[in-house]
Each structure stands twice: as C-alpha cells, then as structure tokens.
Design a protein around this ligand. Structure first.
Ligand SMILES: *[C@@H]1O[C@H](CO)[C@@H](O)[C@H](O)[C@H]1NC(C)=O
Ligand SMILES: *[C@@H]1O[C@H](CO)[C@@H](O)[C@H](O)[C@H]1NC(C)=O
Ligand SMILES: *[C@@H]1O[C@H](CO)[C@@H](O)[C@H](O)[C@H]1NC(C)=O
Length: 495
C-alpha cells in the first residue's frame, strides 16, 4: 500500500508567513508532511502532481458568500444555488465558503433559519461550507439562542444598519453586541446609514433621477463613514466587543477603523475586489448596463482604490472576501431587469437587486494585481478568514498532521492558458461578470479539497455533495476573546 494518497512536488509553497520550495504529502485528507523540494518526487503515492515550479497556496476561504437566500427586499433572487455557487468557488481556488442563514423580521427564532440553510446546502456543495446567522429580529429571548448556535458551529452573526427589511436601531445593535460578547460570537456589521440613504433616494427620485448611476449618488462615502464610526462607538460601549466591518469601500471609514485599531479596540475590517477593480464610473454605462455593477456600498473612485490597497498592505483590512451575491442581468423576474417598467426604461435604482458575483474571480484578480506581497495575499484571502471565523488551523494553513489538505496549485509561468476573464468560462449560474475582459496573470490550475483534486486544468472533477459543513470554533485571530476577557466584563465597564 502506498504511504501517501497524493504527493505534490516541485512547487513553491506560500503561506501567510513564508515562501519556500517544499514537496507536500497528503494522507487521509490531511497534509501529512512538508519536505525539501524534490525529496518526495520518488516516493510512492496513489497520485502525484508535478507543480512544475508553480506556486502552491492554501485553498481560499471566502467568508462572505450569499447563496439561495429567501427573497427579502422586493424583487430579485440570487442566480446561484449552493450547487452552482460552490462549483464556481472551486473553479476559482476557493475550498471553503461561509454563507448566510437569514432571519426575517417576522421570524421568532434564530435556529429555524439555520435549519433551512442546512437543508438547502446539504448534499449540494462542491466545497466545504459554514454559516453566519443574519439577525434581523433581535429580541432578548431570541438572543438567548446564541449559545445553541455556537454549539452548532455558528460562531458569527451579521447585522445591518441599512435596508428596511433588516436594519437595526442602535439600541438593538447594543443588545446584539452584548449577547454576542457573552457567547464569544463575532458580530459582522454592514455599516451604511439607512435613514440617510432613504432620504437621499427620495431627493433623487423627486428630481426624476432613476438611472443605475444614482445608486452611487444615493450612498455617498459620508454615509459609510458615519455608520462605521457609529458601529465602532457602539462596540466600545459594550466594553470593546469585537466587530468586523464588512465590505469597506471608503477612505474615511478606513482611516476611522485604523484609528480604532491603533487605540487597541478589537475592530476588524473586510474589503472586496469590487472596491479594488471597479469604480462608480462603471455604474454610468449606457442605458441600464450600469446595473451590472450595482452593489452596496457602491464602488468609489480610483483614489479610494489606492487607499483600500494601502489598507490591505498595512493590515487595516483583516480579510478580503467576495461578497458574492449574483443577480442575472437579463432577467425581468428575478434579475437586475426586474426593476424595469414601461414607464422607467432605465429602471429605478432603488429597486435594482443589489449585488454582484465574484466567488470565482476573487483569488485570480487579487493574485494578479501585484499590489500586495504573496504572503499577504494568502493571509487576507485564506489564513485570516480562517482565524477570524474559527476554522484555523483546519483551514487556511498547511500544518502537517493538523490542516486539511485544501490547496491551490497555480500555473507555472511558461504554461499559462488564456487568462482573460470571460463570463462563458465561469462556473456560476449568472449571465455576466462585472470583470468581463480583464486579463489576469494566473489562475488556479488544480484545486484540492481534503486531498481530492476537485478542479483540474480548467475542468470540474469534484462531485456535488463532496463539500462538508464545517462546525466553527470561536475566533483565534490576535487571541481576541482572551484579550477581551482580560480587559474585564461589560458590567465592570458600565459601572
Ligand atoms: C423570539 O422573540 C419573539 C418576540 O418577542 C417571541 O415571540 C419568540 O418566542 C422568541 N423566540 C424564541 C425562540 O425565544
Ligand atoms: C494604513 O493604511 C490606511 C489606508 O490608507 C491608512 O488610513 C492608515 O493611516 C495606514 N496606517 C499606517 C500605520 O500606515
Ligand atoms: C434577454 O431575455 C429576453 C427575454 O427573456 C430574450 O428574448 C433575449 O434574447 C435575451 N437577451 C440576451 C442578450 O440574452
């Protein structure tokens, strides 16, 4: 019997801390050992892959993925199912996704939405997955369920400061943070001031301005910066409860986050490719085309992109996720065009389904941009998300004996295929990608999940249903909960 299931030799491994030429041996779905380059080339294994000098990275961990959620805001429903979204993930080198189990405002329990999300995902995914609970009805009794959620491997929740169907008032946010702190659950916050944006939207509509580009006008930077600041202040009131500010796009918000971090507050931040590769000019495409870029917050300008890159380089941003939330463009029932009527040929920006696809393009886009070191790339796209969401070191690492054998082998420079992003070559169920025509410098050649090759030279070879639910632990990044506990209780801070 062969000693190993799979050996990858002649590769250059990149982790969040090192770059080095190592061979990798895999057994029973785990990394079994790392050895000096070429030393495993002659060792027996069921399968061997010559990386041909290419980079090998831990599989991507994307903890901001919306799939198959119930329809919550007017028209539009996601074009991807757990099947198509997770298929798209592995084709882009992502081996673990964390999706949302959304509680609706009228829903009394947090456990029911979780059960529903499980039902949809179970047996249908190509990659491993977990869930965040999206909380929109945070009564005291409901929040008492957080302990149960944690026991079921759900150690993070998400709340919104905008969207009528989901928006929480400040007192509700405090209640959520208070309970989350008790249970060591991380709170993700969508920080945009919903009341202000509703008011601005009404102003624009009163002036008969409905085109997609006014989506950006209705959500100016100040509204993200204000809500970000408010979230930071609210977390400080609950004795510095850890929060993660999701999809940050704006320089002012970024500076405010840095300031809180420098002051020692456990504030984490996420950004996404749309804030690095798109701008609000994209929303100004002719006719209704700008709707393809409508997501919230909206893409900003080039100067903002530079600030976001800088924040990634210097550690202000903890993680980089996709916020994959696809709506087909040419679909008048569930897609972007659902907001077009006879009276409004350019639709109404207020009703354009909000979100864009990106789970497949996230890694190649950022890998190729050459704006951050490769170790930082691995840190923000795999290792830090794993640490922050309680998946580490099972995920996001290459620790022999400990880590799942989740890996990406990239192409060697002399074997690159055509690398122009084309929607027809992607594996989601969406009819467009906002990154159409962008040339990337590399793409995952093999994606390996728990020792199985699931993506092989541009072909899906994994099986639907191979993906497993991963029960998550609490965050270990920066030893955050221990530090929080040492700083004393909320009662001590209050009194
Ligand atoms: C959640 O809160 C609602 C409203 O207060 C209540 O009716 C319901 O019973 C609570 N659910 C649980 C599981 O405690
Ligand atoms: C890191 O980058 C962010 C975004 O540009 C900036 O606000 C912050 O001042 C920088 N921090 C340091 C310590 O350089
Ligand atoms: C868009 O959808 C309409 C109606 O479903 C169809 O007739 C048309 O061919 C589609 N256009 C494109 C470009 O796919």
């Amino acid at each position: 019997m062969e000693a190993f299931d799979l050996i990858i030799y002649n590769g250059v491994c990149i982790t969040a801390s090192d770059v080095g030429a190592y061979d990798i041996a895999i057994k029973g779905g785990k990394i079994a050992l790392l050895a000096p380059s070429e030393s495993l080339a002659a060792v027996d294994a069921l399968r061997k892959i010559d990386a041909e000098g290419a980079y090998v990275t831990p599989g991507g961990v994307d903890c901001h993925v919306h799939l198959q959620e119930p329809v919550m805001f007017g028209k539009g429903s996601s074009s991807d199912t757990f099947e198509t979204g997770s298929r798209s993930a592995i084709a882009g080198g992502c081996t673990t996704i964390v999706c949302f189990a959304p509680q609706q405002k009228h829903e009394p329990s947090l456990l029911r939405p979780l059960a529903e999300a499980h039902e949809k995902a179970q047996g249908n995914t190509y990659c491993d997955y977990g869930f965040h609970l999206l909380v929109s009805n945070p009564t005291e009794t409901n929040l008492s369920e957080l302990g149960r959620l944690k026991a079921e491997g759900v150690t993070s929740l998400k709340i919104y400061m905008t969207y009528e169907a989901l928006q929480l008032r400040d007192d509700q946010i405090l209640s959520v943070l208070h309970h989350a702190r008790d249970h060591h659950i991380l709170t993700m916050i969508h920080a945009e001031n919903g009341d202000v944006l509703n008011w601005l939207t009404a102003q624009l509509e009163a002036r008969k301005l409905f085109a997609p580009k006014y989506h950006a006008t209705s959500r100016p930077s100040a509204l993200e910066a204000e809500a970000t600041n408010r979230a930071i202040v609210l977390s400080s009131l609950i004795a510095n409860t850890p929060i993660l500010l999701v999809h940050i796009s704006d320089p002012e918000a970024t500076h405010r986050i840095r300031q809180a971090q420098t002051a020692g507050q456990p504030v984490f931040a996420e950004t996404c490719p749309q804030y690095l590769f798109l701008t609000r000019k994209d929303l100004d495409a002719p006719g209704f085309e700008g709707a393809k870029y409508v997501c919230s917050p909206p893409p900003r300008d080039e100067a903002s992109q530079d600030v976001i890159w800088e924040g990634l380089r210097n550690g202000t941003f903890t993680i980089l996720s996709s916020d994959h939330c696809p709506f087909s463009y040419n679909d008048s029932e569930k897609g972007k065009k659902a907001c077009i009527t006879h009276e409004r040929p350019v639709g109404e920006f207020r009703h354009i389904p909000n979100g864009i696809p990106g789970v497949e393009t996230r890694l190649p886009l950022v890998f190729s941009a050459n704006k951050i070191p490769l170790t930082k790339f691995v840190e923000v796209t795999s290792t830090n998300p794993a640490k922050l969401y309680g998946l580490y070191p099972k995920k996001g690492a290459m620790m022999p004996g400990v880590s799942d054998a989740d890996l990406v082998i990239w192409y060697p420079d002399d074997k690159l295929p055509d690398l122009t992003i084309r929607n027809e070559a992607l594996h989601h169920a969406n009819d467009y990608t906002p990154y159409e025509g962008i040339r990337v410098k590399n793409w995952p050649r093999y994606t390996i999940l728990r020792g199985e090759v699931v993506w092989d030279n541009r072909e899906i070879v994994g099986k639907k249903g191979y993906g497993q639910f991963v029960k998550r632990e609490t965050a270990v990044l920066n030893n955050v909960w221990k530090v929080v506990e040492e700083q004393g209780s909320f009662d001590a801070a209050l009194l």
